[in-house]
Design a protein around this ligand. Sequence first.
Ligand SMILES: [Zn+2]
Ligand SMILES: [Zn+2]
Length: 485
Amino acid sequence: MSNITNAVVWICSKFSSQQVEAIVTELSAILKDANSRFGPRDKFKEEHPNYRDFAPDPTEPLTEPTKKNQKDYKLILQEYEQIHNKAISPVNCKSPQLVVPKDVTCPHCNAPHQYIYFNNGKKRTQLKCKVCAQTFQLCKPLRKSKAKYYCPHCGHALFQWKHHFLVTTYKCSDDNCPYRIKRLNQLKPSEMMIQKMKPSQFKINYQYREYHLKPIQIQHAAPAIPGKEIVDIFKIRKPDNILGLALTFYISFALSARKTALIIRWFFGEKCSYQTVLNYAKAVAHYAHRFNLKNKGDIDAISVGDETYIKIGGEFDYVWFYLSANKRSITAYHLADNRGTIPAVAATNEAIRTADIDQNITLVTDGNPSYIEAIQFLNKDRPKEHKIKHIQVIGLQNNDDVSEEFRPFKQIIERFNRTYKHHIKPAAGFNCFDGAMALTTLFVTYYNFLRPHATLNFKPPLHIAQLDNIKTIQAKWLKLISMMY
Ligand SMILES: [Zn+2]
Ligand SMILES: [Zn+2]
C-alpha cells in the first residue's frame, strides 16, 4: 500500500464520517489559500530554498554617499614628504594659456589651483590634481548624486526598482557588491543553473523597501463602537451582577457563550440567552479596549512579539501580540488578515508607544521577515542612539549564541499563545472580525488586570489599586467596567 492509502485508512479508522468531511473541507480550504501558513509540502521549494525567497536585510541603507577619497591635500602632502623626503612641488606652468584659474580647487582633496593642471592640453576641459592624482571637469562641478539611498555593503547608489503607493523598492545594481556575492555563494548547484536562466527568480541583490504608510493605515485594530442594537452596558436594567457573571464565565473561565448563558439560567435563575452574553461582550469590549491601551503602563527593556492564527468566517486571520518581557503585560493585540509588514508595523508601533523617549528597546520575534521591515520603518524616525534593536530567534534549535540567549523570551510568548488559544477555543472559530476582536480585547483586559500569574507571585501583570479589596471576580469585572466609562 502506498503512503497515501495508508494515511487514508488511518484517517478512516480514527474519525467519524462527519469528522472526515470536516477534514476534507479544511484541507481543500488550505489548498485554495495561497497565503496559508499551512501550505502542503512543496518538494521543489525544499530542494531550492532560495528560489523566489526574499528576506529583507536588517542593515539599513545609507542616506549619504561614502566618500572614497576623504584625505585632505595637506595630509597627502605631509605623508608624501615623510615617505619620499621631498615635497610635491606646485605645477610649473610654462604657457600662460594653460594656467589654471585661481578659484579652482580639487573637488577630491581640496588642493588649491597651484597643484592643478590641464590634463588635455589646449582643449582645457579636463583637470588633474597633482596631489591626489584624480581628474575632474573644469565647467562641471562634481555632480552631486541624486540617489536617495546607498548600499550599506558596497556604497553604490541604490536605484529605484519598483514603485507602488504603499512601498518603493530600491536595489543595489553593483555586480561586485559583497552582499550579492555572499548570496550567490549560498545558492545550491541546481539553483545556480536555474539562476542563470531565470535570474529574476532569485533575490540576491541588496534591496530596501521604503514603506509610505499613513497613520490611519497602521492603526491598532479596535472593537466596533456599540450600535443601538447592542445594549448600553452602563444602563443595564438587570441586576448588575449578570454582566459580571457573564464576563466571569465567558472570559475568565473561557466557557462558550451558550454554556455561560446556561450557567446564569440554571445556577442563578436569571433570564439570559447566549446572544445576551455576546452582546454584553461586544458592548464592554469597546470600552475595555480604550481602558487596556490607556492603562498598559510603560514597557520593559525587552518585549516579545509573535503572531498567531485564528479563524474568522472559515479564513485564517492573525492576532499580533507583544508582551513586555518582565511584567508579562500585553502591550499590543492587533488583528489582521495577513502576516505582512503593515500589520507588523501596527502591532510594533503600539507595543512601543509607552516607552520612554530615550529608552533602549529590544524586540524579540520569530523569523517572519515582516518584523524586519516594520522595525526598519519605525526606526527611520528614531534618533541614531535609540534605534530599536531587533533579535530574531529562528528555528527550534539554538544554532547560535543569540538564539540561545533569547530563546527563553520566545518561549514566554509561545506559552502565552497557548493560553490565548485556550480562551478562544470555545468560540470554535469566529463568524466575524468584530466577534474575534471583542473576545480578544476582553481576554487582554482579563490577562493584564485580573488573571493571577504564577511567575508574578499569583498577581496579575498590571496592578489596579481599586480592585485590591474586592473579593469576587465578578465584582472585580464590574469595578473595572465602572472605571472604563
Ligand atoms: Zn586632489
Ligand atoms: Zn551593494
